[in-house]
Design a protein around this ligand. Structure first.
Ligand code: PEP
Ligand code: MN
Length: 356
């Protein structure tokens, strides 16, 4: 069902690298960045031609004008070229101009109608496809898009992890929510995952950290937006880096071994994993007890005819848990996530009791 996501002449060891600008802006701009990424040993060049922008009246890409430029990059520099396609017209243009790899953007993956139309257009075509995660943290929707493309007969597939939208200000432009690509890997172990630190971070400062984490999670590759003059880029200026900066980032990456040979290390690790299992057991026990209390509260509220959610109580719980968590060195965002989930589950237990 899936073929290895490998390319002739491209080393198969991790990480598979894709670099190039967010957008193709001019022939000169992409030729010069392509020459520089080639120089540093990268084989796959990315560039967006049709750009999905949040607001109108921003640069929406050069469109099909850029296709002959990419052809030049392919012919003159011998790089593989990859672009985003968001509709059937884009697919036909890409195929007509010999684009090597196409990808579905986050907004497209989120829309099954759009994905199906693209899948139908790909029926009988042999081209590698990458599917970015949908904007919302929904692993099923991501898998659904991958399945639609796979069922059209595309077997050279990869997933691109580019983070997920979140309301409000967070450290990242798109939260990585690592548990989602990890779950994808658990469900489809043969599907390579390529992390896109540029769209996760939205800035240059965190790129290395996110790239390293992707490598430590044994993901297969990295797609990093690269521009010769990032500050002047027409889209995503804050997150793009120069080829020189990319070279430095890559040279700092530590590639740890996926399996451990050393017996000593292995037994220490096993011991530590036993401890984790033990604490997880305890956590489960405590959660069970907590839910039992929630059910008692539900019964009490039912008998006395009062509503389930008392906002002031919930505000107070969250505030005090954050304060407590901080003293224990636990991250505020983490505490909020955990207690939101616990609270939601408590409400479910109470509701069940009240409706009995
Ligand atoms: C991109 O890769 O330039 C892009 C638009 O990405 P995403 O679909 O992840 O927003
Ligand atoms: Mn971009």
């Amino acid at each position: 069902m899936l073929e290895p996501f490998t390319f002739e002449g491209v080393p198969s060891e991790r990480p598979l690298l894709l670099a190039g600008p967010c957008s193709a802006e001019s022939e000169e701009q992409i030729m010069s960045v392509a020459a520089q990424v080639k120089e540093m040993g990268i084989h796959i060049f990315r560039a967006g031609l049709w750009k999905p922008r949040t607001r109108p009246n921003t640069f929406e890409g050069v469109g099909k004008t850029g296709l002959p430029w990419l052809k030049r990059i392919k012919e003159e520099l011998g790089l593989y070229v990859a672009i985003e396609v968001a509709n059937v017209k884009h697919v036909y243009e890409a195929l007509k101009h010999g684009i090597d790899i196409i990808w579905l953007g986050a907004r497209t993956t989120a829309n099954p109608f759009a994905v199906q139309e693209i899948a139908d257009a790909l029926q009988g075509v042999d081209i590698p496809v990458m599917v970015k995660n949908p904007v919302s943290p929904d692993v099923e929707l991501w898998i659904g898009a991958i399945e639609r493309i796979n069922r059209a007969g595309i077997s050279k597939l990869a997933a691109v992890h580019r983070g997920f939208s979140a309301y409000g200000r967070t450290l990242y432009r798109n939260n990585p929510e690592w548990e989602i690509p990890i779950e994808l890997k658990r469900l489809i172990p043969d599907l390579p995952i390529i992390t896109d630190p540029s769209h996760i971070c939205g800035n240059r400062e965190l790129l290395f950290e996110v790239s390293q984490k992707a490598m430590d999670l044994e993901f297969s590759g990295l797609m990093i937006e690269t521009h010769c003059t990032p500050d002047q880029a027409l889209s995503d200026a804050q997150q793009q880096i120069t080829p020189e900066q990319l070279k430095r980032l890559l040279s700092r990456l530590v590639l740890r071994k996926p399996d451990i040979q050393n017996q000593m290390l292995l037994s220490t690790l096993e011991e530590l994993r036993d401890q984790i299992d033990h604490y997880d057991d305890k956590l489960m026990e405590i959660l069970e007890l907590r839910m039992q209390v929630a059910e008692k509260i539900g019964e009490y509220k039912k008998q006395n005819n009062i509503t389930i959610l008392q906002t002031s109580r919930w505000d107070e719980v969250l505030r005090s848990r954050i304060e407590d968590g901080k003293k224990k060195g636990l991250d505020e965002e983490f505490i909020i996530k955990v207690f939101r989930a616990i609270h939601e589950e408590s409400i479910n237990h109470q509701t069940r009791i009240m409706n009995e």
